[in-house]
Design a protein around this ligand. Sequence first.
Ligand code: SAH
Length: 346
Amino acid sequence: MDIKKKDIRALTKVQLRDFFVEEGDKAFRGNQVYEWLWSKGAHTFEDMTNLSIATRDMLESNFVINHIKVDQMQKSSDGTIKNAVRLHDGLIVESVLIPVKNRTTACVSSQVGCSLDCRFCATSRLKRMRNLNPDEIYDQVVAIDKESRLYHNRPLSNIVFMGMGEPLMNYNNVLKAIDKITSPEGLAMSPKRIVVSTSGVPKMIKKMADDEVKFKLAVSLHSAIDEIRTSIMPFNATFPLADLREALVYWYEKTKNRITYEYVVWDGINDTKNDVEALIKFCQFAPSKVNLIEYNPIDDGEFQQAKSKAIDMYVSMLEANNITVTVRRSRGKDIDAACGQLANKA
Ligand code: SAH
């Protein structure tokens, strides 16, 4: 790979049009190339068969197309597929296809590694190496859409940003990728079928509200008590619950979109009545819903899924307070593809 050449997919359509004009060609040529790159998913300039050979050569000498490559694909007994995705510089991220009834959800990564330090998450063991570019995020979605059509006979229907990384710490690129995913020139998916999951970066949640984004927001809460949350998610010391709450109220006031809280109940950590009461209080600031997710063990035994009695207590107390709650079973555990298990073990 020639590092002096520019990644052509970092250019906007306008920039591509300008490039052709500067080259003495027609601006319209930029639209053709843009279509090849995004809606047709061309991997090489040679594929762009409605351009003259001279034009293709000229592009070749100026640019590269940095496509991801699915290095290894693992299939779970429940139909879940995990892709180990190789980036142009050799780094690896993971993305997951999750088939449920008539839907296929893509779980995609936004960073290589993660800068946060959630103690129950395998990805936190890797340091954050770099942000993914918009095209690297987009390509993961395209790869899963293809696998969904091939193995499940239907297109991809939903996307969750719950793979490796903290999407709000790579906000601009995540936003650009979602623009491509939702645009008619990309995959034309509805933003309502996209969930961005964050461990809660207050300033960025407010920015999302100001930007009037149309996708959904999920917050990995896990505890509504500062002391406990800080002990399992140490960055909570920097972004305490009061700041998170203020940002979420702002989000709801601007977008009128309810918030989903992701929550794992662990034995001896957050399994008391007091913990549920704090959660109920937290849920009352803005319309919200709670997903109780199953804990997926990472190698050490420090964290253990709570007893079913504790989960039942959460469900009944939340319901008694009119808060929607669902209990989610994990998928893809046998291939380390479940939440919090993505860490390049393959
Ligand atoms: N950084 C983002 C997205 C990645 S994590 C976030 O924090 O939301 C995706 C989800 O998996 C989060 O809700 C996270 O708390 C959860 N998770 C992490 N490790 C887990 C584990 N071992 N078992 C179950 N869920 C886990």
